[in-house]
Design a protein around this ligand. Sequence first.
Ligand SMILES: Nc1ncnc2c1ncn2[C@@H]1O[C@H](COP(=O)(O)OP(=O)(O)OP(=O)(O)O)[C@@H](O)[C@H]1O
Ligand SMILES: [Mg+2]
Length: 359
Amino acid sequence: MPERRSLELQCYERLFNAFPEALVVVDQELAIQYSNKNYAKLFALEGDGAGLAIGQFLPLTDVRNLVDRAGKERKFKEAELKLTLPQGGRGFFKTIVIPFGLDNERDSLFLVRLEDVSERVRLEEQLLQYGKVCAMGQMAASIAHELGNPLSIMITCLEFLRHSLQESNRTLEEQIAMMEENAVRMHELLTSLSDMSGLGRFQIEKEDVHGCIKPVLSFVRKMAEKSGIEVISDLVSELPPILIDVKQMKQVFLNLLKNAVEAMPNGGTITVRSRYAPGDSSAERGHIIVEVEDSGNGVPSGDLETIFKPFYSTKKKGMGLGLSLCRGIIEKHGGKIRVTSQEGKGSCFIVEIPVDGAL
Ligand SMILES: Nc1ncnc2c1ncn2[C@@H]1O[C@H](COP(=O)(O)OP(=O)(O)OP(=O)(O)O)[C@@H](O)[C@H]1O
Ligand SMILES: [Mg+2]
């Protein structure tokens, strides 16, 4: 008979160690009685941890709570616990506490089973984040749509008012022109918001990219001069015309120049360059390259990709949408946008658009 008992014990021990989860048996005082190999591995234990307090490894209040409830109701209880692991980092574990007793004792012991669910939690968090981004995109698009129409009506009325004014009303005319200019800008921003969610429409024309840069440059120059920023335009005399959505492309350069201005709170220089890079062979297409360079605070090397993600911003009032919008628009034109930067010295945003881009 004792031989049979010893065989049974060996069998139970093997079974206990064969479980892929970490298992530990504790008493009512939460002292460890026995643990399996996976538990010992998870918490880097020498032996099976017998005699140690489980609170050393798991959040004590949470486990106490689970054990008390499992003991009282005499059924298993579960919760998801966040644990700090000895090898560093944190993990999420589905924790189940099962009450049981030996011989005549009733539920004086508890089996605690830990299943690593960190990967699932991470994916859920990512999905939540992605959902938030999509929801915000949708929201932005509907706001843009709702505000866009009344704004275009206002713009038309202001234009009409300006044209109807008499010669003598010079000041009034200037004020109206300013209102009109700002309303147009708001309208353009709203349009680009809806473009970001993919709901905007493309209006393609065969145009010289300079047609999108020059008007934005003169607008930004006015704004920049007030902040002690010099804007240098170094554009080639002629570029091959390409198929572009002029409004959206203007938005790209407006965002890049706005960012450049914002990166130089104490003044500096912005240089806008353009050139044509012919393709090496008939198979390789030629590109139009536009660079927007500033002498501002620069981007840390680890953030050179992150800054293109939606809602990433280091500014108090920034939405973090400018660069993600730019990338979206440029990619729709078959092109690319990238940045080179040196912290404290400045940044250079490089836009490349193929002359026969896929739209
Ligand atoms: N020229 C630049 N120099 C330094 N950092 C920049 C520059 N352009 C962008 N960044 C960094 O990239 C981040 C994201 O830029 P993005 O244009 O997408 O959003 P934003 O400017 O913060 O807000 P929004 O454009 O919505 O007003 C900025 O917050 C800033 O940290
Ligand atoms: Mg911006």
